[in-house]
Design a protein around this ligand. Structure first.
Ligand code: SAM
Length: 269
């Protein structure tokens, strides 16, 4: 790589960090180059230097979205981190049971597996009446994963941890190794593109529960703190934040009160 390309690579790395909170440390430099080369091929761009200039021009939204998508890691699957889901079922759901409306946000939802898992857990615990009162919003920075979430079609790998009786109840086979989540669950979930770094978040109604799992560790500490504070502002008093057990909310000094690993609460309840 020549000097001009090195400079543009650094610019893209900086842009990803400032604009999206996505960090590529030196040890992941080759991975970033590989991911950017996919965008170059898709848009017929000869070099990283040209790609960097297109981003810097600030007028090429399609390229910006493609770079954000290529740079993000979208790995996800149904029924991820069962201990956390058990806490949702046993501690959070009882507090939602009597609410006329249940509003949940899956922030950084990738292909929607988490949002649909939550809807299935609600259907199982609170029945069709509880499900009908539920709205789940899934958001992600990457437009292609948001579109896949909307379609609600999943391959064998993504649903391999789904218990058999849940599979039979909530998934319809629609092709070889392809399954679509049933309409009554799809109808309760909406998906939008949203960059967690752009704050405050644009919601009229507050959520009772926000899932923000397996994304904070891509952000540096000030971005993690700012994100958790912005989520706090769009959560009801007494509402819940669910993170991955490996993401340590307690150490960040935010207004969230840690209940257990992976689980925090707003207010003095
Ligand atoms: C590893 S997936 C986690 C999916 C799901 N929450 C889970 O735990 O299975 C991380 C997701 O975060 C998204 N992401 C990364 N940076 C983001 C940002 N600044 N705003 C919103 N989403 C972001 C990525 O596009 C990716 O889909």
């Amino acid at each position: 790589m020549n000097a001009a390309q090195e400079i543009e690579l650094e610019n893209i790395r900086g842009w990803l960090s400032t604009r999206c909170g996505i960090h590529y440390p030196d040890k992941k430099r080759e991975l970033l180059i590989q991911r950017l080369s996919r965008v170059q091929r898709a848009f017929n761009i000869d070099s990283i230097a040209d790609l960097g200039q297109r981003i810097r021009s600030g007028s090429d939204g399609e390229i910006e979205l493609a770079v954000m998508h290529a740079a993000s890691t979208n790995h996800t699957y149904f029924f991820r981190e069962l201990d956390t889901l058990d806490q949702f079922r046993n501690m959070i759901l009882p507090t939602l049971q009597g609410k006329p409306e249940i509003r949940i946000w899956s922030a950084a939802c990738s292909t929607g597996d988490e949002a649909y898992t939550i809807a299935i857990l609600i259907a199982e615990a609170l029945g069709d009446a509880g499900l009908a009162r539920t709205s789940i919003l899934g958001t992600d920075i990457s437009q292609p994963v948001v579109q896949r979430a909307e379609a609600g079609v999943f391959g064998e790998r993504q649903i391999e941890r789904v218990p058999d009786y849940i599979r039979r109840k909530y998934f319809s086979p629609i092709g070889v190794g392809q399954f679509q989540i049933v309409k009554k669950i799809r109808d309760r979930c909406t998906f939008r593109r949203l960059n967690l770094k752009v704050q405050p978040y644009p919601f009229r109604n507050k959520f009772q529960v926000v899932f923000c799992r397996n994304v904070l560790y891509y952000f540096d500490i000030p971005d993690q703190k700012a994100t958790l504070e912005a989520i706090h502002n769009v959560t009801e008093d007494g509402g819940w934040l669910v993170t991955s057990v490996t993401e340590r909310v307690r150490d960040l000094g935010t207004p969230w009160k840690t209940i257990s690993s992976g689980l925090s609460r707003k207010g003095n309840v």
